[in-house]
Write a protein that binds this ligand. Structure first.
Ligand SMILES: C[S@@+](CC[C@H](N)C(=O)[O-])C[C@H]1O[C@@H](n2cnc3c(N)ncnc32)[C@H](O)[C@@H]1O
Length: 246
């Protein structure tokens, strides 16, 4: 089951975009992938549609699925008349008649699937909605390339919010090695007020991921360390996997 605490990060979609948007190199990577595998595209855990809308604005027909209605509501406002449909559903149980030439997850959303069962359910959704030969693309943080030790509150940076206010972001991390789950607490400080939100993310090692993908019927085509398609190495902080439906 998804830890319900994970919803706390997704209550403020406009500021979500200002804090996390603007990753043009990533958007271009998914655009290139979508053009290469032309057809219908599905983004699972699409949030406010940062990537789905980038693709739709460039003529790619996209369906976005997310569990959090507030994120989707904002995605729909931004979508206007673009060739994009947003559906509220759980990626573990989502069912559609439609088949897709590319399915992707991003924003490390794969790590929101906290148990083996949830990961399998997600991968089954992906598998059953891909056309034969369709491609599945997603990234996650690599446990071997990240510091998983517990950390007291430290500064993580700033962002400028919808009112032009600079918000200081800090947080703590606590790692549960037995479940491979990182618990982050994020503190956002507006000066006159603070918010605290919790999120849990699973860290799956790359070898286990490769075995899981194979078991679920995917053929791993490439693993990259970055959106510029640098080859993955065992200590890369990020691993982007590109797989085909076998
Ligand atoms: C870090 S955000 C990424 C959003 C978007 N992909 C992006 O890159 O901005 C993770 C998203 O996963 C969604 N999510 C978590 N569990 C989900 C599930 N079981 N089914 C569908 N969406 C889910 C959350 O609601 C959230 O919008």
């Amino acid at each position: 089951m998804i830890d319900h605490n994970n919803q706390e990060e997704y209550r403020d979609p406009m500021n979500y975009d200002l804090e996390f948007g603007g990753e043009t190199d990533k958007y271009e990577f998914f655009l290139e992938m979508a053009k290469k595998h032309s057809g219908q595209v599905l983004e699972l855990a699409c949030g406010t549609g940062l990537v789905a809308l980038y693709l739709a604005e460039r003529g790619i027909p996209v369906t976005g699925v997310d569990i959090m209605e507030p994120m989707l509501a904002y995605a729909r406002v931004k979508a206007k008349d673009l060739p994009v449909t947003f559906i509220q559903a759980d990626a573990r149980t989502f069912e559609s008649e439609q088949r897709f030439s590319m399915i992707f997850l991003t924003g490390n959303a794969f790590q929101a699937f906290l148990s083996d069962e949830d990961q399998r359910a997600l991968l089954q959704t992906v598998y059953s909605h891909l056309e034969p030969g369709g491609v599945f693309v997603f990234e996650m943080r690599n446990p071997d390339g990240n510091d998983l030790t517990d950390e007291e509150e430290e500064s993580w940076g700033t962002f400028v919010d919808i009112d032009g206010v600079t918000v200081k972001v800090s947080g703590t991390q606590t790692y549960d090695a037995s479940k491979q789950i990182m618990h982050w607490v994020t503190i956002r400080d507006w000066g006159h007020r603070q918010t605290t939100s919790r999120i849990a993310c699973r860290f799956t090692d790359v070898k286990t991921l490769q075995q899981l993908l194979k078991k679920q019927g995917f053929i791993l085509e490439n693993q990259y360390a970055n959106w510029d398609q640098t080859a993955f190495q065992s200590s890369s902080p990020l691993v982007i996997s590109v797989c085909k439906k076998g």
